[in-house]
Ligand binder design. Structure first.
Ligand code: SAH
Length: 341
């Protein structure tokens, strides 16, 4: 069975040719798929014979809403989607002034092992497919009724650990016959896999790269983030500089502030030292408490921000959305796992 929704338009055209169909069929099918068709039966501009042939040779599934929570505070909507094999992933819809933004997952679980993160607790179950990533955007839009203009790859999973799938996903959502979301409206967040950052830079995409930094010194960063071990902060900044040099895109650095761990003046100063001369900005995130983790939110967020600003580094404190609905990723999926299903 072919995963037809993960095919690019060019692949679909080649596939249609194999079936003895004219090339324009590919575009018709592509459009149906990326408008959320749940079966070939409904593709009414195709012949019945072709619909049946596709149903026999291709796999087509759509996710179902396992759980949906709407924040009363700010309208943030969190979906727990059930995939065709029974696994679940989270997607969050945030309603910003600059447009409706979805935060999507790239894997079921995560193997990066960051000490403060709920998504990695059970390890990685599997990679998502390109279609499953597209579906999070598409079905969030269809179910909520809000048109989506921005995507952030900041949900469950490490996108650069599912590199080829993510690239294909980008091609699909970017396509004019698909969701047609511009690269400049897409952000990708990584825990800092340097080899993959270098590979991504070489592709010169216009997306925004967010690097989850969380500490400017190797001792703290390696303790919090196993991906830093044997690599180091220096090497990470080297890749970030190279990324900027090649793409011209400023990097944003995520920094979840943890009480007594990464919120000292010394660490602010070290961060300034690293970032001086590299265009980029720091996003300070108040830590979300995870039941299984010992870390507490920092009480020095404003002071830390002020120190960075005084040192010439732009730093913003991220507004917390969906505080009443566990809207930080990984938490809803964990809850459901604990309930033993
Ligand atoms: N694997 C990617 C994307 C997923 S995590 C990455 O590491 O960037 C999305 C962001 O949420 C990352 O910056 C991650 O470090 C952060 N995060 C994870 N757990 C958090 C928590 N408990 N509080 C605040 N931010 C958290």
């Amino acid at each position: 069975m072919r995963d037809i929704k993960s095919m690019t338009l060019e692949e679909l055209a080649a596939f249609m040719k194999e079936q003895g169909e004219p090339p324009f069929r590919a575009k018709q099918v592509f459009q149906w798929l990326h408008r959320g068709a749940s079966s070939f039966d409904g593709m009414t501009n195709l012949s019945k014979a072709l619909r049946e042939k596709l149903a026999q040779s291709c796999f087509l599934a759509v996710p179902t809403v396992e759980r949906k929570q709407v924040s009363r505070l700010d309208g943030t909507i969190k979906y727990l989607w059930r995939l065709s094999d029974g696994n679940c992933v989270e997607t969050v819809l945030m309603r910003y002034h600059h447009g409706n933004t979805v935060c999507i997952s790239s894997q079921v679980g995560c193997r990066m092992g960051c000490a403060f993160c709920a998504s990695t607790i059970g390890g990685k179950v599997r990679d998502l497919t390109p279609a499953e990533m597209v579906d999070q955007v598409l079905f969030t839009q269809l179910d909520s009724g809000y048109p989506i203009s921005n995507i952030v790859l900041m949900g469950i999973g490490e996108p650069l650990d599912n590199f080829d799938t993510v690239l294909r996903f980008l091609e699909l959502v970017n396509h004019p016959d698909g969701l047609n979301i511009g690269m400049r409206h897409i952000s990708l967040s990584t825990c800092g896999l340097v080899g993959q950052i270098d590979k991504l830079a070489d592709l010169r995409l216009q997306l925004t790269l967010s690097v989850s930094l969380h500490a400017p010194d190797d001792e703290t960063r390696s303790r919090l983030m196993p991906a830093n071990r044997g690599v180091g902060v220096e090497r990470l900044f080297e890749s970030c500089r190279r990324y900027f040099d090649i793409t011209g895109r400023r990097i944003s650095y995520e920094y979840a502030m943890i009480d007594g761990v990464n919120d000292s003046d010394r660490q602010a100063d070290l961060l300034i030292k690293h970032l001086r001369g590299t265009p980029g900005h720091v996003n300070l995130i108040p830590l979300n408490e995870v039941a299984e983790s010992p870390f507490k939110p920092s009480r020095r967020v404003r002071e830390f921000q002020k120190r960075l600003e005084e040192g010439g580094v732009t730093a913003t404190v991220r507004r917390k959305l969906g505080g009443d609905i566990d809207a930080s990723c990984g938490q809803l999926r964990r809850k459901r796992m604990e309930e033993g299903q």
